[in-house]
Design a protein around this ligand. Structure first.
Ligand code: FAD
Length: 337
């Protein structure tokens, strides 16, 4: 379904810096939409280290990757930012009137005055199974990192992978699906000890079947698996769940004429604007002298980029700096008046 959405600002990436960008824009009364290739907010913090502690967020002695993302979502909630998940921004073109038209992998279009590239190390996309034609099954019988497992109740499910995500899916399905086969290239898992122990118990009890090997082909009902001893085993399946990890792809950002330096977008350090007016880059994706890929630095960049955008969205208007502590205008915006 193609839709054209007009907005003051589009934020590419809902990692910690993209989320805080929405906050700073909200304080300046600039409305925004956020697009992320992942099915949820949080970027690296959630995708790569959701449960790990993080100690260098100002004023927060300790939280986790997921805890930080949750706090940021709570903080920006008053501004009602609109999220578009599981969509990758693919194209960016300047219009005759100076506005920017962006298109996504799902066919959405955004017409905006300003763009914030908060794309981190690139769009996180799941690693795919390398079997010819298997992409035809995506969404019907093949699922990469599915969010919910209820739909697999009563089915014969193959879970492909050997990390925490794969093992946790297999465990959850053991009491839900008709059969669960865990398919991994070797009989060794890379996951938390307790998770591995729980899976080993189910394998011993026969509620999870272990198949060592790699997908090699498929037909309407079966997955062919090549085993390490060069045999082919056919596994009947209703659904194949693949958790082979996610890897970042810089993707189309490289084609937008932003003169990348070693896959980073160069910006000034006054407004964190790229060489293109109205296009800002914040967080891990940008580069400038002294750049450090830290969340706290991204928060500062997002703050100044929002002020840079205010000059584009409200040309000629002078906007005084106000404190959230004391400004009744900001209190009203935050809904705390
Ligand atoms: P990201 O978190 O990378 O988010 C970018 C988002 O943009 C992603 O969700 C991606 O899917 C999306 N995206 C990219 N391109 C597109 C596109 N074209 N269309 C749609 N979506 C797109 N930093 C600290 O300050 N302290 C720490 O203790 C710390 N620990 C870390 C531990 C680990 C294991 C790792 C890997 C990193 C750690 N970092 C730490 C670094 C920190 O996570 C990053 O600096 C931070 O995540 C950068 O935030 P970001 O919003 O710029 O990008």
């Amino acid at each position: 379904t193609a839709a054209l959405i007009e907005t003051d600002a589009l934020i590419i990436g809902a990692g910690p810096v993209g989320l805080f960008q929405a906050f700073q824009l909200g304080l300046l009364e600039i409305s925004c939409h956020l697009v992320d290739a992942l099915p949820r907010a949080g970027g690296q913090c959630v995708a790569l280290y959701g449960d790990k502690p993080i100690y260098d967020i100002p004023g927060t002695p300790v939280t986790t990757g997921r805890g930080l993302a949750d706090s940021l979502l709570q903080q920006i909630a008053p501004f009602k930012p609109q999220f578009h998940f599981a969509e990758q921004v693919a194209t960016l073109d300047r219009q005759d009137d100076g506005r920017l038209l962006l298109g996504t992998s799902r066919g959405s279009s955004f017409l905006c005055k300003t763009v914030f590239i908060a794309a981190g190390v690139g769009a996180f996309v799941p690693r795919r199974i390398a079997v010819d034609g298997i992409e035809r099954l995506e969404g019907s019988r093949l699922f990469y990192h599915p969010d919910a497992l209820e739909r697999f109740a009563g089915q014969s499910v193959i879970v492909h992978g050997g990390d925490d995500a794969a093992l946790e899916a297999a465990l959850a399905l053991a009491s839900l699906a008709k059969t669960v086969t865990l398919l991994h290239r070797r009989d060794v898992f890379q996951a938390e000890d307790a998770t591995i122990a729980a899976v080993r118990e189910r394998i011993a009890a026969g509620t999870i079947r272990l198949q060592v090997g790699q997908p090699a082909g498929f037909d309407d009902t079966q997955l062919q698996v090549a085993t390490p001893d060069a045999q082919t085993v056919s596994l009947p399946f209703d659904a194949l769940i693949a958790c082979l990890g996610i890897s970042p792809r810089l993707g189309p950002i490289a084609d937008w004429g932003l003169a990348l330096e070693r896959k980073q977008v160069p910006v000034d350090t006054e407004k964190y604007e790229t060489r293109e007016r109205g296009i800002f880059a914040v967080g891990d994706i940008n580069t400038y002298p002294g750049k450090k890929k830290l969340i706290v630095c991204g928060f500062h960049e997002a703050t100044l980029a929002a002020w840079g955008a205010a000059a584009v969205v409200f040309p000629g208007k002078s906007i005084p700096l106000q404190y959230t502590t004391t400004s009744t205008r900001l209190h009203a915006l935050l809904g705390v008046a």
